[in-house]
Design a protein around this ligand. Structure first.
Ligand code: NAD
Length: 433
């Protein structure tokens, strides 16, 4: 992965603003505000290891903008976490919430750690320790975390419990993506993958895609990637390649996705397998690298791992005419330019992976109202939002001859801009004298 130094990733992220502002109704003052995160917290977390030793770890929480509501965004555990990355991810959250029209701003958190090297008890102590450090910075009406890379419902449950202990009251709405018995929402687990799936279903109608003839490669077989694979496979799409951090597999005839998921859950490995019940048979399939996966001759490429995977170096070799970005920021601005000018359609991350935050919003609403919805209701509401926004952005991009990414940022900027202006900008005061 290309790692950008210093503030590079954040600067790249906000670099999208100026181009998109040409198509948005936004005051220059409001645009300027979005180039600066509202608040940044860096913490040191003492972690007591199982052998009794102490490790000091660094964590972050960044609140980018709260003009449209409390800030919202996941917490990532990864050895490559940097402040610039967390700032970029928080900025994307601001835009994402605006793209799908939910009343939140953007935030993100992270801990620089190798989570796979921790035991479950160490992971729990770390998660609770992080919350003790950031407890005054987050809250159900200020900033609401959620899962991201290498964090999951179990981690969210520990975090909610720790926050509730600090507040001396039950606070389910402080965090989303929780286990269902702790106030989690039905349908949150697969919401990110499902949102991307709904985008592809809309594209299917517009471009008359035939699922059985549509080959899809997915980089990243974690929470988001594997649910997208499962839903697309269920509809007859051919999932010809998947990968995880250790590498990938490729079979031009397509995989039996439920078997891949079963095997991955059991062994943590991505292997070309066919399972009957609990008996799995590993079959011949070409092992490929993550780099090779991106360059396969497929109809849809889904990056669902980390940022900066598609760069100026591999973009000219990418053959997929459609890219659906489940990962946040998988395409660098340089690669975006190359792919867009070669005619590829990129469904941008701030729309394609917005299913997660949308159902997180539903979870927060349910926690606050105390009334819980059945899974089908969650899915139906999600589908309506994603289909509506997908079609609006696809329409805007065709009408104005701009990329879907520019359309998405323009849409986000108009919505955020209206909120910032309504709170008072120089133009607002001049016009309301
Ligand atoms: P996850 O931890 O469940 O899975 C991450 C996957 O990426 C794993 O399969 C891992 O092996 C793989 N991976 C890690 N490093 C890799 C590398 N260098 N090359 C290829 N694969 C690699 O995380 P997730 O929740 O599925 O998140 C994946 C992406 O989706 C991230 O960019 C995340 O920000 C984004 N996203 C997730 C959610 C959500 O609700 N989970 C919501 C929006 C966006």
């Amino acid at each position: 992965m290309e790692v950008k130094s210093d503030d590079g990733l954040f600067q790249d992220a906000i670099g999208r603003l100026d181009a998109a502002s040409a198509y948005a109704k936004i005051d220059q003052e409001a645009l300027e505000r979005l180039k600066y995160p509202k608040a940044i917290l860096q913490v040191s977390i003492p972690l007591r290891m199982d052998d009794g030793s102490l490790k000091m770890l660094t964590g972050y929480r960044v609140r980018h903008d709260d003009a449209r509501g409390p800030t919202k965004g996941g917490i990532r555990y990864h050895p490559d976490v940097t402040l610039a990355e967390v700032k970029a991810l928080a900025f994307w959250m601001t835009c994402k919430c605006a793209v799908v029209g939910i009343p939140f701003g953007g935030a993100k958190g992270g801990i620089k750690v190798h989570p796979k090297e921790l035991t479950p008890l160490e992971l729990e102590r770390l998660s609770r320790g992080y919350i003790r450090r950031v407890a005054d910075f987050i809250g159900p009406e200020t900033d609401i975390p959620a899962p991201d890379v290498y964090t999951n419902a179990m981690v969210m449950g520990w975090m909610m419990d720790e926050y509730s202990k600090i507040q001396r009251q039950h606070c389910p709405a402080v965090i989303t993506g929780k286990p269902i018995p702790l106030g989690g929402s039905e349908g949150r687990e697969d919401a990110t993958g499902r949102g991307a799936y709904y985008c592809i279903k809309e594209l299917e109608k517009i471009r008359q895609l035939k699922p059985e003839k549509t080959r899809i490669a997915i980089q990243g077989f974690g929470n988001a990637g594997r649910h997208a694979a499962r839903l697309l496979h269920q509809d007859g799409y051919k999932i010809v390649a998947v990968s995880d951090s250790k590498g990938g597999i490729y079979n031009p005839d397509g995989f039996d996705v439920p078997s891949l998921i079963h095997f991955k859950n059991k062994t943590r490995e991505v292997k070309a397998v066919y399972c009957k019940g609990t008996v799995c048979e590993i079959v011949e399939a070409d092992a490929i690298t993550n780099e090779e996966l991106l360059e396969l001759n497929v109809d849809i490429l889904i990056p669902a791992a980390l940022e900066n995977q598609v760069t100026e170096h591999n973009a000219p070799k990418i053959k997929a005419p459609v890219i659906v970005e489940i990962a946040n920021g998988p395409t660098t601005p340089e690669a975006d330019e190359i792919l867009t000018s070669s005619g590829a359609l990129i469904v941008p991350d701030i729309l394609a992976n917005a299913g997660g935050v949308t159902v997180s919003y539903f979870e927060w609403v349910q926690n606050k109202s105390g009334l819980y919805w059945p899974e089908l209701e969650v899915q139906d509401r999600l589908k309506q939002i994603i289909a509506r926004e997908f079609n609006a952005l696809y329409g805007m991009s065709s009408e104005k001859d701009i990329s879907m990414r520019t359309a998405a940022y323009a849409q986000a900027l108009s919505r955020i801009g209206r909120a910032i202006e309504a709170k008072g900008t120089q133009t607002y005061y001049t016009n309301h004298k």
